[in-house]
Ligand binder design. Structure first.
Ligand SMILES: *Cc1c(COP(=O)(O)O)cnc(C)c1O
Length: 410
């Protein structure tokens, strides 16, 4: 596997010295050689749970090598996806699993042990937050939540027992931006590894390893698949760590294998990632600017808006702003509920990164969950008025019209 790669949207797309293919080309072709598969232009889907061997000795040889014995740890379709994603992130190796949560679970349960400490940014995707608050401490792993918007805060938080620093950027749901290079530099100075959940950006816009991170996580369910029809997760990084995640994490700790059918769908979605991220970013910025100009709107957050507090860091580590934005209304919690019910085009739904625009109101969902989960609460920094909008691939004018109509009626 090659470590050479170019960025998706840097201009010029490749320097004169670069001979390898560009990002968009690799998103379509890397890791698949049709000549090995009847020249099928699209990769085949191997729906098999196990693999036969010519002899007992061949079976033993495969087992000794870590094995292509069984579909939990090996499948040709998912392997193409792993190689392609690793290449796009500039990683030595990759592992794909059943969902983004499976990726986080596999990472934590494989690399950390009782007595270890995990540092996380104080604001996280709701279920990652639930895992580090409710589950991880039950296994004797101490979780320390830190405000990494000031990377200096790491200094006091790191101890001899710290094994990993984990954060998202852009951060769900407000799309605040954390400085990957500044955090990685401080963590590495103390011998601690850094893992970044880059789901909100995708490798087309941001490649954390280029900024010093050690491991990248993705929910493939979101932009990388991009069509809202499959769940998946990925972990990308150095070959040695990935071998551990594969050989222990996936094989027997979580067993959270990705379906080969989902791997096929995600490979298909990935082919248009470059184009989609350009359009998601452009449309989201237009929608964000339109919202900012509306008198009913109290705030708008999108990483490439001039008003965004982390705009400089965003432009340093992302080639575009992505399709996620957050906003709140002067009419607060009740206003958000009223406005959302008036939308006709934008779908009220959780999830993100689909061709369809999706909007959700974390505070309403959190209140609705409290009877069944008493500890449900909003992440630090998330207000009761906040709505998260995943801007899809519809015409920008249609989305703006839908939002304006709902806002004007407030
Ligand atoms: C959705 C999401 C996850 C979890 O991924 P699933 O595929 O839904 O399990 C983790 N992190 C972020 C930032 C997400 O948006």
């Amino acid at each position: 596997m090659t470590r050479t790669y170019q960025s998706a949207t840097d201009a010029p797309a490749r320097s004169l010295n670069d001979t390898g293919p560009g990002f968009a080309t690799r998103a379509i072709h890397h890791g698949y050689d049709p000549s090995g598969f009847s020249n099928a232009v699209q990769p085949p889907v191997f729906l098999t749970s196990t693999y036969g061997f010519e002899s007992v000795a061949a079976n033993e040889a495969a087992a000794a090598l870590g094995g292509r014995l069984y579909a939990r740890e090996y499948n040709p379709t998912t392997e193409i996806l792993e190689q392609r994603l690793a290449n796009l992130e500039g990683a030595e190796a990759g592992l794909v699993v059943a969902s983004g949560m499976a990726a986080f679970g596999t990472l934590i349960l494989s690399l950390l042990s009782q007595g270890d400490e995990l540092i996380v940014h104080k604001t996280l995707y709701a279920n990652t937050l639930a895992m580090v608050e409710q589950a991880v401490p039950r296994f004797g792993i101490k979780v320390v939540a830190v405000d990494l918007s000031d990377p200096q805060n790491l200094e006091a938080a790191i101890t001899e027992r710290t094994r990993l620093v984990f954060f998202e950027t852009p951060v769900n749901p407000l799309s605040r931006i954390l400085d990957i290079a500044a955090i990685a530099e401080r963590a590495h100075a103390r011998g601690v590894k850094v893992a970044v959940d880059s789901t909100f950006a995708s490798p087309a816009l941001q490649r954390p390893l280029e900024h010093g991170a050690d491991i990248v996580l993705h929910s493939l369910t979101k932009y990388i698949n991009g069509h809202g029809d499959a769940l998946g997760g990925a972990i990308l990084g150095d070959a040695q760590t990935l071998r551990t995640l594969h050989e222990t994490g996936l094989r027997y700790i979580t067993g959270a294998a990705l379906s080969p059918m989902s791997a096929f769908l995600i490979l298909r979605g990935l082919k248009t990632l470059t184009l989609r991220m350009e359009r998601h970013s452009a449309t989201a910025l237009a929608v964000a600017q339109a919202l900012e100009a509306h008198p009913a709107v109290a705030f708008v957050s999108h990483p490439f808006l001039d008003s965004h507090p982390d705009q400089v860091t965003a432009r340093k580590q992302m080639s575009n702003g992505s399709g996620m934005l957050a906003f709140g209304l002067r009419a607060g919690y009740e206003g958000a509920r009223r406005m959302m019910d008036r939308l006709n085009l934008i779908t009220r739904a959780v999830s993100l990164g689909d061709a369809d625009s999706l909007i959700y109101h974390p505070a309403s969902l959190t209140r609705a969950r409290q009877p069944i989960r008493k500890d449900a609460h909003l992440a630090d920094g998330v207000g009761e008025d906040l709505m998260r909008l995943s801007v899809g691939l519809e015409d920008a004018d249609d989305l703006i019209t839908d939002l304006r109509r709902a806002l004007d009626a407030l």
